[in-house]
Design a protein around this ligand. Structure first.
Ligand SMILES: Cc1cc2nc3c(=O)[nH]c(=O)nc-3n(C[C@H](O)[C@H](O)[C@H](O)COP(=O)(O)OP(=O)(O)OC[C@H]3O[C@@H](n4cnc5c(N)ncnc54)[C@H](O)[C@@H]3O)c2cc1C
Length: 406
C-alpha cells in the first residue's frame, strides 16, 4: 500500500486538523493513559464526544443514514492520528460506537437503529457490552444468563454478568443470554438491548489495583424486557456476538496509536532522565519496544488493506493485540526500572502501568489469541472439544464425566 495520503485524504486531514485547532479549547483535559473517572470528568468527556460528533469526527465509517460520515477506515485512521496529534481525548464510548453500534447496524431492526444510534453517537446514551459471566469468558458460548419469552412477546431475564466496562454510567447495554438450553451451546443464544435502569438490574463496581473502577458486576434479577428487545433472530445470537467480536478486533487494531501507547510517548518520558538515556541496557530494551511498535504499525496497515478491499481481517488482528499489550507492559516496566518509583506517582505513569496487565484478558486473552494463530496460521490441530453437538443442558454432566475419567 502507498503510505502517503492521497490528495483526497490530505484534504480530509487538513479539514480535521482545522476543526481540531478551532475547537480543542472545548476539550476536557487529556490525562493520557490516566483516567480519573469522577462524574465531572465523565460529563466533560460526554460533552466532548457530542462536539466531535457535531464536527463530523465520530461515526466516521457509519452510514450517513444513521448519523455517520459514510467514510472508509483510512479516514478513521487519519482522524485518530489527528486527535492524537492535537493531544485531546477521543470519544468516550469506544465500545458503543466502535463495536455495539456496528452490531446494531448489521443485525438490528430499522426501529432499533433509528431509536438507539443517534443518542449513542452524541453520548446522550453511553452503552456497555454484557457478554462475559463468572463462568464464561474465553468460552463465551457457555453463558448461563437465561431469557424466557412470555406469550405477549416480552422477556424475563435472570443471571449475572461480569467485567462490564462503563456499566456504572451506561444507559443501554447489549446483552447475550441463553434462550434454549436443549440445543448445542452456540445455537440457543439470543442478543438483547437492555435499558440499564430497568428494575432488577444491579451494577456493582469492581475496584482495580490502580484504584479506579472501570468495570462492574451486573446482576439481573427477573428483569422485564419489552417485546422486540432482541437484536437479530431469536436463538441466532452467536452470529450477532461474532459481529461484535469482529468489530472489537478492528477497533483495537485501528485504535492502537490513539490509546497513547506509542513508542515516542515512552521515549519522551525516558528523555527526562539523562542517565537513563545513556544506559546501554535501557537503550537496548527501548529499542526492542520501539521495534515492536513499528512492526505493529505495519501490521495495522495490513489490516487496513484488507478492510479497504472489502475483506475481513484475520488472525493478524489478534496477534497485533497480543503484541501491543506486551510492548506497552514492557514499556511500563522499563519506565519503572529506569525512572524509579517517582515515575509511578499518582499523576505519573502508575495507573497506566497497573492497568495494562488486565488488558491481556480484555478482547480475547493472550492464550486464546495464540491458539487462534496456531490453528489458522500455523495449521496446528484444533483443541479437542467435548461440546460438539451436545445440548447445553447435558454439557455439565458430560464435562464432569470426562473429568472423573481422567
Ligand atoms: C479491562 C477489561 C475490560 C473488559 N470489558 C468487558 C466488557 O465490557 N464486557 C464483557 O462482556 N467482558 C469484558 N471483559 C471480559 C473479557 O472479555 C474476559 O476477561 C475474557 O474473555 C477472558 O475471560 P475470563 O476473564 O473469564 O477468563 P477465562 O476464560 O476464565 O480464562 C482464564 C485463563 O485461562 C486461559 N484459558 C482459557 N481457556 C483456554 C484455552 N482454551 N486454552 C488456553 N488457555 C485458556 C485464559 O487465557 C486465561 O489466562 C473485560 C476484561 C478486562 C480485563
Amino acid at each position: 500500500m502507498d503510505l502517503n495520503d492521497t490528495p483526497e485524504l490530505a484534504a480530509y486531514r487538513a479539514t480535521v486538523r482545522a476543526w481540531l485547532e478551532a475547537n480543542q479549547g472545548r476539550a476536557p483535559e487529556n490525562p493520557g493513559g490516566q483516567q480519573e473517572e469522577t462524574p465531572e470528568y465523565i460529563a466533560g468527556r460526554r460533552a466532548w464526544q457530542a462536539e466531535l460528533t457535531k464536527g463530523g469526527l465520530n461515526g466516521i465509517t457509519w452510514p450517513a443514514e444513521y448519523g455517520g460520515q459514510g467514510l472508509g477506515p483510512l479516514h478513521q485512521v487519519v482522524a485518530n492520528q489527528e486527535i492524537g496529534r492535537a493531544g485531546v481525548p477521543g470519544i468516550l464510548d469506544i465500545i458503543g460506537v466502535g463495536m455495539l453500534g456496528p452490531t446494531l447496524i448489521a443485525h438490528g431492526s430499522e426501529e432499533q437503529k433509528h431509536r438507539y444510534l443517534g443518542p449513542m453517537l452524541t453520548a446522550d446514551e453511553v452503552w456497555c457490552q454484557l457478554f462475559s459471566e463468572p463462568a464464561a469468558g474465553s468460552d463465551l458460548a457457555g453463558i448461563q444468563t437465561r431469557a424466557k419469552q412470555a406469550s405477549d412477546g416480552s422477556w424475563r431475564l435472570t443471571g449475572q454478568k461480569v467485567w462490564t466496562t462503563n456499566a456504572q454510567f451506561a444507559a443501554q447495554g447489549l446483552l447475550l443470554a441463553r434462550t434454549d438450553a436443549d440445543v448445542p451451546k452456540h445455537k440457543g443464544l439470543t442478543m438483547f438491548v437492555i435499558p440499564m435502569d430497568a428494575e432488577g438490574v444491579t451494577v456493582r463496581p469492581l475496584r482495580q489495583i490502580s484504584g479506579d473502577a472501570h468495570f462492574n458486576e451486573v446482576f439481573l434479577d427477573d428483569v422485564h424486557l419489552a417485546p422486540a428487545s432482541e437484536v437479530g433472530p431469536v436463538d441466532g445470537g452467536w452470529g450477532v456476538a461474532l459481529t461484535t467480536l469482529l468489530f472489537e478486533r478492528i477497533t483495537i487494531g485501528l485504535g492502537g496509536e490513539g490509546f497513547g501507547w506509542r513508542a515516542d510517548r515512552f521515549a519522551h518520558a525516558l528523555i527526562e532522565d539523562e542517565a537513563a538515556t545513556l544506559d546501554p541496557q535501557v537503550r537496548h530494551r527501548f529499542g526492542e519496544i520501539a521495534t515492536d511498535f513499528l512492526a505493529l504499525r505495519f501490521t495495522g496497515y495490513r489490516t487496513l488493506t484488507t478492510l479497504m478491499k472489502g475483506g475481513v481481517p484475520g488472525p493478524e488482528g489478534g496477534m497485533a493485540k497480543v503484541t501491543t499489550i506486551r510492548a506497552a507492559i514492557d514499556a511500563g516496566e522499563l519506565l519503572a526500572d529506569a525512572l524509579g518509583p517517582d515515575a509511578l506517582e499518582e499523576d505519573g505513569w502508575g495507573k497506566l502501568v497497573s492497568d495494562l496487565p488486565g488488558l491481556k484478558s480484555a478482547g480475547g486473552t493472550e492464550e486464546i489469541l495464540r491458539n487462534l494463530v496456531g490453528e489458522r496460521v500455523l495449521g496446528l490441530p484444533p483443541e479437542p472439544r467435548l461440546d460438539k453437538g451436545v445440548p447445553f443442558s447435558e454439557l455439565r454432566a458430560k464435562e464432569r464425566a470426562a473429568a472423573g475419567a481422567s
